[in-house]
Design a protein around this ligand. Structure first.
Ligand code: G6P
Length: 439
């Protein structure tokens, strides 16, 4: 048993932090010494609410570790074994702009995919790399677990442009596993996904339970779900997949594929919400957060409120804790993570980051070799990867031409003209963060 694990949480004032802490207090064999929350000065009030609520969670548990909060990044990263990255540059206000601008030009407005995810990436990549530089200086052996959105792009920027040992995580794969397990009445930890692709652009090819492929049953179940209110993700207003789509693509597409393959339906929903005065997803999240923080500030509250499940990040702490356990205790297990491709997907560059199953142990994450991409999704994955890599270069170089090329390459941006106008608005409305792009 390894002792004295130190964890830093960058973006510690996030409303998700209590879920993470409740996950950490739930593991017995991980000897945690210290968890340090760190945030920017604008996040002080939220971080203080989160810290005192998390302290109550710890006090009401059988575990004991030191919890602290600071605005000093260097102090938080110093001596850290694990860094959890979950920050949001510009807060919810910036997210609201990311979602609104594309919508005004007839495109999908979403915080991780399309032009919204692009704007988010432009703001976030330089900050993520600044944090990486600090980490290289003070704790070069620390492992960084990235949840910061757009998670795949940020993980790739870290792995390409720093020496930080980063692994990207997303809760979508575990949500798929849990949903299937519940529907087909099998224990969740017996479900294994044969999954490939990119973050928010992945596809489950096979589902195994005790080594047996149960994909036919899974597809039948999913076809029966069409039209039902209940969907995979609390944050995506999807309608589940049309049975004809599941016949044509006999896989489980990541719920975010709704934005690509049902883009008209999804865009209309977004427009309707907007016209009815309900804003975008950011507006809803701000309301949920207001209520969440009231609960966090209530001294009688010492359990993670159910309300948090109305956010999209269900099981976020479960995967984070599993990953830390495997890395820290050299406990071998297979997990779906965002890692350097190597030779996992033959048609993508070895240095790009992909979302695939990997063997995790004390040495890190080694992706399984998955072979050729199916013809029907190969082009889409390659195109989105090209968009992601152009976006990273544009963000680092502050290069407007590359930024435009990235946007035009994104399948959710309808035309060059629209891309040009969206880019102008993004740069204008984010000038506080995007000074490196000459206006
Ligand atoms: C899922 C997605 C994340 C997203 C999160 C919260 O976990 O994979 O990218 O940040 O949901 O979404 P929300 O809309 O509730 O902020």
């Amino acid at each position: 048993m390894k002792s004295g694990i130190k964890i830093a949480v960058v973006g510690g004032g996030s409303s998700y932090t209590p879920e993470l802490i409740s996950g950490l207090v739930g593991v017995n064999d991980l000897a945690i010494e210290r968890v340090t929350l760190v945030d920017v000065p604008e996040g002080t009030k939220k971080m203080e609410s989160v810290r005192s609520f998390c302290q109550r969670l710890i006090d009401h548990s059988a575990r004991e570790f030191h919890l602290e909060a600071t605005l000093d990044l260097r102090q938080a990263l110093s001596g850290a074994d694990f860094v959890l990255s979950q920050f949001r540059v510009g807060g919810m206000e910036a997210r609201a702009r990311d979602e609104r601008i594309p919508l005004q030009y007839g495109a999908i407005g979403q915080e991780t995919v399309g032009a919204g995810g692009f704007a988010n990436a432009l703001r976030t990549i330089p900050v993520a790399l600044d944090i990486a530089r600090e980490l290289e200086r003070v704790s070069p052996r620390a492992r960084l677990i990235n949840f910061t959105n757009p998670s795949g792009i940020i993980t790739e920027a870290l792995l390409r442009y720093s020496s930080v040992d980063a692994i990207g995580l997303c809760n979508v794969p575990i949500t798929i596993e849990r949903t299937i397990a519940q529907a087909l009445h099998v224990p969740w930890d017996t479900v294994r996904l044969d999954i490939f692709g990119l973050n928010h652009l992945s596809f489950v090819r096979h589902v195994y339970v005790h080594g047996q492929d149960i994909m036919p049953e899974v597809l039948e179940y999913l076809k029966g779900e069409y039209g039902k209110e209940q969907s995979f993700m609390a944050n995506i207003p999807e309608e589940n997949w049309q049975p004809y789509m599941l016949e044509a693509f006999p896989m489980i597409p990541n719920p975010y594929l709704q934005y690509y393959w049902n883009s008209d339906i999804m865009r209309k929903k977004q427009v309707t919400e907007w016209e009815q005065g309900r804003g975008t997803r950011a507006t809803q999240v701000m309301k949920i957060e207001q209520d969440l923080f009231k609960l966090y500030d209530d001294p009688s509250q010492h359990q993670v409120p159910d309300l948090l499940m109305r956010r999209g990040g269900a099981y976020y702490s479960t995967v984070a804790v599993m990953l830390i356990e495997s890395l820290a205790l050299n406990r071998t297990r297979e997990m779906v993570v965002n890692v350097r491709n190597g030779w996992a997907l033959a048609e993508l560059p070895p240095n790009s980051v992909v979302e695939v199953p990997a063997v995790i142990d004390g040495r890190g994450a080694r992706p399984l070799t998955l072979g050729a991409l199916p013809q029907e999704v190969k082009g889409l994955i390659q195109q989105v990867k090209a968009y992601e890599e152009l976006t990273i270069e544009a963000a680092i170089e502050g290069d407007r031409n590359k930024a435009l090329a990235a946007l035009v390459t994104n399948p959710l941006v309808p035309s060059g003209d629209v891309a040009y106008r969206i880019l102008n608005d993004i740069l204008q409305e984010n000038r506080e963060y995007l000074g490196r792009f000459a206006l």
